[in-house]
Ligand binder design. Structure first.
Ligand SMILES: C[S@@+](CC[C@H](N)C(=O)[O-])C[C@H]1O[C@@H](n2cnc3c(N)ncnc32)[C@H](O)[C@@H]1O
Length: 288
């Protein structure tokens, strides 16, 4: 029986028990890997990815990355076509954007994701999507990205910068891995007042010999790390959210140029076409 047929039949039987919440019981992983019970990976926490005509990774209200403005912004950065472009999706979660870049014809689309279950979900998509130009790597971006010097025309960094302690290291590694442009989609700290349980006080941190201001954001505890699928990875209990102007200053200091904040309204679409929590959230592009 093919994987697809097996998935269809097993999924039907398991529909009542499949996990639907963004958390996942890591103790299921050995069973999935040993018995090939891939159906246990469905439904995904968010991304609705087409696996076959009648099979998707999430129900109808799941998130379809192909409709999100971030795809259009990346296309714009590439002059309208991804042909000949290599692209990396950092903290790719279940692979929704990475698979879309591959389907749009990127020369190579690489997703890097730290969490095992999310990476396995990516691998499930890769196996069924049969895209030769799609690759997933399980790893910590703070370690993995440094292994890819000058490798990508586009670095897609969505929902990851606000999950690190050292934004300067991540931006420097992005700069080193990038040949063309980066799209950063991130929360920032507001000077006037905190949001998202960030610290009340604005604190300074020194990176690359220069002081930057921001707020501290508490991350999940070590014990919850493998089960909280959208949180920070690695030995990081506190992320550092830069103030917006400090992010732009840091990018400049690292060497990016033509740094621009993206105006989402320019890309039109409906309210859901930038499907994120928009509180203190910005998109920034920078060129190498
Ligand atoms: C907020 S989610 C964003 C998901 C996706 N990029 C998006 O924009 O929809 C953060 C993702 O990054 C992953 N992640 C967090 N820290 C990471 C790290 N240091 N290395 C690799 N992946 C990480 C998480 O497991 C999760 O999938």
């Amino acid at each position: 029986m093919s994987l697809l047929s097996r998935l269809r039949s097993l999924r039907t039987r398991s529909a009542a028990t499949s996990p639907a919440s963004p958390s996942f019981s890591p103790e299921l992983l050995p069973e999935i890997k040993q018995t090939g019970a891939w159906w246990r990976l469905l439904p995904f926490t968010l991304y609705r990815i087409k696996l076959a005509d009648d099979l998707f990774t999430a129900p109808g209200d799941g998130f379809d990355a192909s409709r999100d403005i971030r795809i259009r912004i990346v296309l714009d950065l590439c002059g309208g076509s991804l042909a000949d472009k290599t692209i990396v999706d950092l903290g790719c979660n279940e692979g929704g954007f990475a698979v879309e870049f591959a389907r749009l014809g990127a020369k190579e689309s690489v997703g890097i994701e730290a969490r095992e279950v999310s990476w396995l979900r990516c691998e499930l998509v890769r196996k069924l999507a049969r895209l030769q130009n799609l690759k997933f790597v399980r790893g910590d971006v703070m370690v993995e990205l440094a292994r890819w010097p000058s490798s990508f025309d586009v670095v897609f960094a969505s929902g990851i910068l606000y999950h690190v302690t050292d934004p300067h290291q991540l931006l420097s590694d992005i700069f080193a891995a990038c040949r063309g442009a980066v799209l950063i989609d991130t929360h920032v700290a507001r000077r006037e007042a905190p949001s998202h349980v960030c610290s009340e006080e604005i604190v300074s941190r020194t990176f690359g010999g220069k002081s930057y201001q921001g707020r501290l954001f508490p991350e999940v505890s070590d014990t919850a790390r493998e089960s909280q699928l959208w949180a920070a990875w690695g030995p990081n209990n506190t992320s550092f959210w830069l103030l917006e102007d400090e992010l732009l200053t840091m990018m400049r200091a690292i060497g990016f140029h033509e740094i621009q904040k993206v105006d989402p309204t320019k890309y039109g679409g409906d309210e859901n076409s930038w499907a994120v929590d928009k509180t203190n959230r910005i998109m920034v592009v920078g060129k190498k």
